[in-house]
Ligand binder design. Structure first.
Ligand code: TEU
Ligand code: CA
Length: 592
């Protein structure tokens, strides 16, 4: 049985501040807006808030491009507002995590401005600079062939010094050089700044990218249609990464009672992921692995990977199979439990489309029921649970009718522009059909998670009294907090109840996990066990389709008869289906 800890049983709620609540009518969510909703969050059953970045930023990548780690962007508020917020959070017995984005800074950060000012500047080596190469025809080429995760080369040429700098993400997000001791010291200082001010921990952005293979070797050519190739094998879980995180732990983390969660994209190998988390390594408490949220990402042609790494294009849709969802969840639930591995449970965040649209069914008939099914899926897994803003009210993707102009994310816009350019070149005309690309955006774009929170009926769903920075998805219908709060059968009411059930049954957080009826391709069924003086067993049955589905014979239905139904997403929770020979579940029915 895993040891207990406050950060293990905590319910974390991710806030995407710009779209949460606008307190002053400028169309941008802000810190005072979060403060105004603390009672709502407390009432929902949340213990910890994680704020996506609110630091000074040009917002090229919506705050994941930071120009000053120790100040608040004026659009979000002031340091004084932050102090007031943390006080309000602590008064209510909650905690607050900040987003630590230190693989890269903004190109507007003072460190980078100095670094690029000239080759002799002491900060030159704080970033990763490389000399140009020249091809046979004498054309200038970047130092290697790595592709940026946001399209194009991962290197940007700097005219002034005649060198390139590395940016794994956008050109406005230059990568810090972690081999430089002064860089690491500056990061530790930044962390202490927030911890000493009262912050309760960090979510660490792309923390498995911070160490690159020495010499920045070329990536193998896998995609013959492109000059730039995924260099992920040279920077994901790189050679020094554990040394750096252990240093962070020793110098900073170990001095505070805090919570830590690393983001580790494009890495699904237990042998590569577990070391960040295993307590004996003294690094992080848990990580966000990407295997489940990449389940519907396709690969560019010619690659052999399974759609789970940096080679896959997250914007091209590939249908997912329940079989894969079952095996991915089972794999992580069972991973190295005896060694203390601990999971972070999530299916939504600001980088993914809405879960009810991806894993459930967002048609009017099934939306509420399937959103509740996904709540059950999450509250019955072992690990620390993360709920994303709007998930608790069943927010869905915005409609296919919205044109590309409603999409604001640079990843979406780059994806669109690249396809547009290629097609125009290929077809030799400006007016090309982009409907399939728009369809992919409608399913997969990060934008769907970023529309303003829907608070109540009325203009812009109560998010702002001004003009929202991004269009509100559902302006005037009943999918909003106020309506759902008064409706006992709403998705919101269900989440509240479900979170209480998780909190009052340790087996759900700490129990072991056993897949049941493994070959059933309609139902995801599993059992959870907690040993101890009075052992507890929970059985979870989830039907992922609209049709009635039946459990395989070998499940002992008589065994179920003595069981107590603790949670169901159907109002008439305990019908006679259980008295029959075989247990049947109605469309999207879920039971604990
Ligand atoms: O995300 C890391 C990550 O790999 C993402 O690129 C993700 O898979 C991407 O959305 C695919 O399009 C983190 C942040 O969560 C994300 O918002 C940032 O854009 C990114 O880092 C760069 O800081
Ligand atoms: Ca505002």
């Amino acid at each position: 049985v895993p040891t207990k800890a406050w950060w293990k049983s905590a319910i974390v709620y991710q806030i995407y501040p710009i779209s949460f609540f606008d307190s002053n009518g400028d169309g941008i969510g802000d810190l005072n807006g979060i403060h105004a909703k603390l009672d709502y969050l407390k009432d929902l059953g949340v213990d910890v808030l994680w704020l996506s970045p609110i630091y000074d930023s040009p917002l090229v990548d919506m705050g994941y491009d930071i120009s000053d780690y120790c100040s608040i962007d004026p659009r979000f508020g002031t340091l004084g507002d932050w102090d007031k917020l943390i006080e309000g959070v602590h008064q209510r017995g909650m905690k607050l995590l900040m987003d630590l984005v230190v693989n890269h800074t903004s190109d507007q950060h003072a460190w980078f401005i100095e670094s690029r000012s000239n080759k002799e500047n002491p900060k030159r080596d704080w970033y990763i600079w490389g000399k140009p190469k020249f091809d046979a025809e004498g054309n200038r080429r970047p130092p290697n062939n790595w592709k940026s995760i946001f399209q194009g080369s991962a290197w940007e040429y700097d005219d002034h010094s005649g060198e390139y700098y590395l940016h794994l993400y956008a050109p406005e997000q230059p990568d810090l050089n972690w081999t430089n001791n002064a860089v690491r010291d500056a990061v530790w200082d930044t962390m202490r700044f927030w911890l000493d001010r009262g912050c309760d921990g960090f979510r660490m952005d792309t923390i498995n990218h911070i160490s690159k293979v020495e010499g920045y070797p070329d990536a193998p050519i896998v995609d013959s249609t492109s000059i730039y190739q995924s260099g992920s094998m040279h920077y994901i879980n790189g050679p020094q990464v554990h040394k750096y995180i252990q240093e962070m732990h020793k110098r900073v983390l170990s001095h505070y009672d805090i919570m830590t969660v690393g983001e580790t994209p494009f890495s699904n190998e237990p042998e590569a992921v577990a070391p960040y988390v295993l307590p004996r390594n003294e690094e992080l408490q848990m990580v966000f692995q990407f295997e489940l949220v990449k389940i519907d990402a396709s690969n560019p042609e010619g690659t052999t990977s399974e759609g789970n790494d940096a080679d896959s294009d997250p914007l091209i849709y590939k249908p997912w199979k329940l079989k894969d969802l079952k095996s991915i969840i089972t794999k992580w639930q069972q991973l190295k439990r005896e060694d203390g591995f601990w999971n972070a449970i999530y299916i939504e965040n600001h980088d993914n489309a809405r879960s009810v649209s991806r894993f459930g069914n967002d048609s009017p008939q099934w939306r509420a029921i399937s959103a509740k099914l996904l709540a059950i899926l999450q509250i019955t897994q072992s690990g620390t649970l993360y709920v994303y803003q709007g998930e608790e009210i069943g927010m869905k993707n915005f409609p296919i009718e919205w044109g590309i102009e409603e999409y604001k994310d640079l990843a979406t816009i780059n994806f669109w522009n690249q396809a547009l350019e290629e097609r125009r070149k290929q077809e030799g005309k400006l007016d090309v059909d982009m409907s399939d690309i728009l369809k992919n955006c409608q399913r997969k774009a990060r934008d769907h998670a970023r529309t303003p929170m829907q608070w109540h009926r009325g203009p812009h769903a109560g998010f702002t009294t001004g003009k929202p920075w991004m269009r509100v998805n559902e302006e005037d219908n009943s999918w909003n907090v106020a309506d759902e709060e008064t409706d006992p059968s709403s998705v919101l009411s269900f989440w509240k109840k479900a979170l209480q059930i998780r909190k009052s049954h340790d087996v759900l957080t700490y129990g072991s996990f056993q897949l049941v009826d493994p070959t059933n391709d309609k139902i995801f069924a599993y059992a959870r066990y907690l040993e101890g003086l009075s052992p507890v067993k929970a059985l979870i049955l989830l039907n992922f389709g609209t049709e009635e589905a039946v459990l395989s014979d070998y499940i002992n239905v008589t065994d179920l008869k003595g069981a107590k139904l603790v949670l169901s997403n159907y109002v008439d929770g305990a019908p006679d289906v259980w008295t029959g020979e075989r247990a049947a579940l109605r469309g999207y029915e879920g039971r604990v």
